[in-house]
Design a protein around this ligand. Structure first.
Ligand SMILES: NC(=O)C1=CN([C@@H]2O[C@H](COP(=O)(O)OP(=O)(O)OC[C@H]3O[C@@H](n4cnc5c(N)ncnc54)[C@H](O)[C@@H]3O)[C@@H](O)[C@H]2O)C=CC1
Ligand SMILES: O=C(O)C1=NCCCC1
Length: 168
């Protein structure tokens, strides 16, 4: 590790930077296009490694990626556990590590849970923008957890629905 300790960017600060979910769209659209372009797009993103923790009904996922276009080297670490009723611990918890790609120094440790919530919903919204039939007027959400909220936020920011139905 370099002499300067890595910055720690907590959930509140991440949330502040991404206060409108749609702020993520341009960066994600570019990243998805780069990924889809194969080697020419300069994205290296191996399939996520998932380590089961069967004794505790959980998993640890490791998700490294490098983007040449952004010169960004990062990995997300995400745990996801069977959600126990009334548990105060979220079923999914994540941390993002950001490295200096030129020398491998760890530059920042970011809360990854807000990023996971908003990124996942934003990618759903991008797919929906391309695939949604023009006459769609009801938004249906299965589940009422973290992703339900983040999907509700961005979908109602970007599209107009007559009705929202949530089942959980
Ligand atoms: N592809 C991706 O990048 C990501 C995918 N996910 C996935 O999205 C899903 C939701 O994640 P979170 O909202 O963070 O979880 P969460 O634990 O916060 O919420 C899950 C919700 O689903 C409800 N639920 C459980 N079984 C159900 C059923 N049979 N029918 C209807 N509702 C049911 C629960 O009551 C709860 O409201 C999970 O499957 C998760 O693994 C989550 C994060 C990223
Ligand atoms: O991409 C993610 O983040 C996750 N995907 C599926 C399950 C847990 C988290």
């Amino acid at each position: 590790m370099g002499s300067t300790p890595p910055a720690f960017i907590g959930a509140e600060e991440v949330e502040k930077h991404l206060h409108r979910a749609s702020l993520l769209l341009p960066a994600l659209e570019a990243a998805l296009a780069n990924f889809s372009a194969g080697a020419a797009g300069g994205v290296v993103q191996p399939v996520r490694t998932v380590l089961p923790v069967p004794r505790h009904s959980g998993y640890l996922g490791v998700m490294p990626a490098y983007s040449a276009a952004d010169d960004a080297l990062t990995t997300k670490l995400v745990t996801f556990y069977e959600h126990l009723k009334d548990s105060s611990v979220p079923s999914h918890q994540a941390t993002v590590l950001l490295f200096d790609p030129s020398n491998g120094t760890l530059k920042a440790v970011l809360d990854g849970s807000v990023i996971t919530a908003k990124r996942t919903a934003a990618v759903s919204a991008i797919a929906t923008k391309l695939l949604m039939p023009p006459f769609a007027e009801v938004l249906c959400i299965l589940g009422a957890g973290v992703q339900a909220y983040s999907h509700y936020d961005i979908f109602t920011e970007l599209f107009t629905f007559k009705e929202v139905r949530i089942t959980s």
